[in-house]
Structures are given as C-alpha cells and as structure tokens.
Design a binder for this molecule. Structure first.
Ligand SMILES: Nc1ncnc2c1ncn2[C@@H]1O[C@H](COP(=O)(O)OP(=O)(O)OP(=O)(O)O)[C@@H](O)[C@H]1O
Ligand SMILES: [Mg+2]
Length: 406
C-alpha cells in the first residue's frame, strides 16, 4: 500500500480545538490533495494529551474521514508537536580543522552541529529540531552552506527546539493507538511557517503568530533561518471563556456568539445591534447589545498582543522583524484582531492564507489549516533531504536541511 515511503504523505495535527488529518499524493508536479478529515479535539489541551482514549478516538475519526475521501488507508504519518511545553534556545559550537585551512565536508558540519547541541538538557526534555542559523568559517560569518569551502575553524549557530519528552511521546502514543505509525514529528509553527511565509519575508525578518485554541505560538525568521521560537499561553479558548463568564452563558453558546458576532474592536460594531444570548440553568435567553461582546473580547486581544510584544522584546529579535507579523490559527479570524495587533506591536500585520495544494478544496485554505498544510510540505522536503543524504548522514540530522524552508 502507498504510504509515507510510497506516493502518499499524511499529516496529523492534534490541536486543542480540532484534530485534522490530511493526505497528499506525491506527484512529479509536487503535492496533490487526496483527502482530509477533521474531528473535534477531545482529550488534548494546549498541546498535551490529558485523556488518551478521547484523543485516540478523535484521531481515528479524522483519519477515517481522510481515508474515505482518498480511497486509501493511512499507515504512516507526520505528526505535529506544540504547546506551552516547547522551548526554543540558541546555541553555538565549533571544531578546529587543523593548523592550516582545509576543505569542509558533511562530516565536519555534522561534528560542529554535534558540539552546538551538546548543552545540558534536563532529563525530561528532548530535542525536536536543530535548525542551523549560520556557519562561521574562521572569521567569516553568515555562511549558509559551507560544503566545499576552506577554513581552519568551523563554527555553527543553531536554534534548538526542545519539548517535554512525555508530552511529545503521548502525542505519538495516541496516533499509534489510532493505528498509524509516526514517521516524524514537527514543531507546529515551523510547519505553519512553511505554508504561509514567503521567502523574502524570512530573509528580511518576520514573526509568525499562530493563534490556536489553547495558546499562541511564535516563530521568528531572520536571514532565512529560525531566530526565535516561543509561546504565549493565550488562545481562542480564553476569548470564549471570557464571554461565557462575562455574559453568563454556557461555553458552547459563547463559542458560537464569538464566531458569529465577535470583534476585537468595540467601535466596529454598530450601536443598537442586539444578540440573543442563552442563559444558564432554565432561565430564558436574553437580548444583549452586540457591543458588549466586543467590550469583553477587546481587552483579551490587547492582553495577548501586549504579552507578545514583551516576549518578542525579551527575545532581542523584535527589531529584526522588518517584514512585520503574520497571523495564522483559527483565532486570527476574529474581526478587528489585526487592528489590535498593529496598534500593540507597531508593526505591519497580515493574515495568512496557506498556500493551497493542487486540487485542494477551498474550505482548507483558511488560517486554521496552515499547520497541517505546512506539515505535508515539510514532510515532503524532509523526505527529499533524507533521500539525498541518507548515505552519508543518516536521517538524524535531516533537520539541518529541512529547517530553512523555501
Ligand atoms: N471566526 C472566528 N472568530 C473568532 N475565533 C474563531 C473563529 N473561527 C475559529 N475561531 C477560534 O479559533 C480557535 C481554533 O483555532 P485552531 O483550529 O487554529 O486551533 P487548534 O490548532 O485546534 O489549537 P492549538 O493550536 O492551540 O492546539 C478556537 O478557539 C475558535 O474559537
Ligand atoms: Mg494549532
């Protein structure tokens, strides 16, 4: 049967709100959409599986729908890892090549990267990605691919993404229990970046903020490489629970009201508009001003982007985001959120429209599918890189080649 090694690539995004499986076929002209399935996420919160059986059932449901649409079974998949347990850290290391300059090959690069990764990690953490930023040959910095060049000393700067071993392992376990073998894991915003950021933005400096249900994940690219990754513990769920409390309505009703009538800017809502708001218990529903919805959501949106500004300032990379900020994730669909982001961050902000796969239904071209769409692109590049490098490197260092994106 066709699988990850054959002509199909499947990605599974176990989000806090939705679990999505996407099947693509590898053709001579690139990836072609074959099918997808979406299930309401149950059993996972903020990137962590909290109820294994429920998470497994959601994965099975999404996978079965994708299989039905594609007319082929899913046996292997690439799986996303994200959430508040993920940490990014910059590191560097190097090797001496002798007293006189000599030619640099793949083995020397591998050794230099091994030095850069040799920083003490707590026992409960594992490395998800090792993303080279630049190589330094003697005193010459800013080298992207030193193979074949001459130097007496080779240094490398890398961005290391680490995850809590148990959290990453539990996502793999859930997918395995759903009957699917996990070929690879990818940090979700790195995958989302693959489908929404342009090469010129990555070169100039850009921050992608994926505003999901449980959290907002940040990734900064500068000079084509990952410079920073981080997470803000606020996502769409916080907006919904604010509405639920503020309007004294059940969470499910608050979620519907947010999507249908929500705004992050009060003045975008005409005065006098009213919304029917269900009550809790047996009380009758009420008609409340629509502006009240925005009055509750606006401070949460401001808090999110103010926290983001602080995190980015703290990273020391905010000034480098010359190409501005790109928003993805379902919660970026809240009307007015750009205005709040632009005023809090003082940067140009744009919404992301993921690059579509051939034959893909238009319903997938939405910001909440940026991650799963990016995952199949990432999987395809990893596969090509692995094919090219298997002989000499093995697959462990594939991230070296797949971290930078097109
Ligand atoms: N039109 C809309 N307006 C406001 N919020 C929306 C809209 N559509 C979706 N959302 C919110 O987007 C969130 C879901 O986004 P997404 O599907 O990207 O999350 P996820 O990937 O499941 O979660 P995470 O990435 O945090 O694990 C929910 O909180 C939902 O309420
Ligand atoms: Mg997500």
């Amino acid at each position: 049967m066709a699988n990850q090694q054959g002509s199909f690539l499947t990605a599974i995004d176990v989000g806090s709100a939705k679990t999505c499986a996407l099947m693509a076929e590898v053709t001579d002209n690139g990836l072609r959409y074959r099918g997808h399935g979406v299930a309401e996420s149950r059993g996972s919160r903020k990137g962590v599986i909290v109820e294994l059986d429920k998470a497994v059932a959601a994965i099975q449901k999404a996978v079965e729908a994708a299989e039905d649409a594609a007319g082929a079974p899913v046996e292997h998949a690439i799986v996303g890892v994200g959430g508040a347990h993920v940490r990014g850290v910059n590191s560097h290391g190097g090797i001496s090549l002798g007293t006189r300059p000599r030619e640099i090959g793949r083995d020397e690069i591998k050794q230099a990267v091994e030095r850069a990764r040799a920083i003490p990690l707590p026992a409960d953490r594992e490395i998800l990605h090792l993303l080279p930023q630049e190589f330094i040959l003697d005193d010459q910095a800013g080298v992207h691919d030193p193979v074949g060049m001459m130097a007496a000393r080779l240094e490398v700067r890398v961005h290391m993404v680490t995850a809590a071993t148990s959290a990453a392992q539990n996502v793999i376990t859930a997918v395995n229990k759903a009957g699917v073998h996990v070929d690879d894991t990818v940090y979700e915003p790195l995958a989302a970046a693959d489908s929404v950021l342009r090469a010129d933005e990555r070169e100039l400096g850009v921050c992608l903020a994926d505003i999901g249900a449980g959290s907002t994940e940040l990734i900064i690219f500068h000079q084509g490489a990952v410079a920073y990754t981080g997470v803000i513990p606020i996502g769409g769920d916080h907006f919904t629970s604010d509405l639920s409390v503020g309007m004294c309505t059940p969470l499910a009703a608050a979620e519907k009201i947010k999507k249908a009538y929500g705004s992050a800017i009060v003045t975008l809502i005409p005065e006098g508009n009213e919304v029917e708001v269900p009550s809790v218990g047996d009380r009758p529903s009420r008609l409340l001003p629509q502006r009240l919805v925005a009055e509750i959501l606006e401070p949460r949106a401001r808090e999110l982007f103010e926290m983001m500004r602080e995190a980015l300032r703290h990273s020391g990379m905010f000034e480098a985001c010359i190409a501005g900020v790109v928003l993805s994730g379902g919660a970026s669909r809240l009307p007015g959120i750009f205005d709040v982001a632009e005023s809090a961050l003082r940067r140009a902000v744009r919404l992301s429209w993921p690059t579509p796969l051939a034959k893909m239904p238009a319903t997938l071209a939405e910001p909440e599918y940026a991650t799963v769409l990016g995952m199949v692109n990432y999987g395809q590049r990893a596969r090509i890189a692995r094919g090219l490098q298997e002989d000499r490197w093995g697959s462990r260092l594939k991230a070296l080649l797949v971290g930078k994106g097109a």
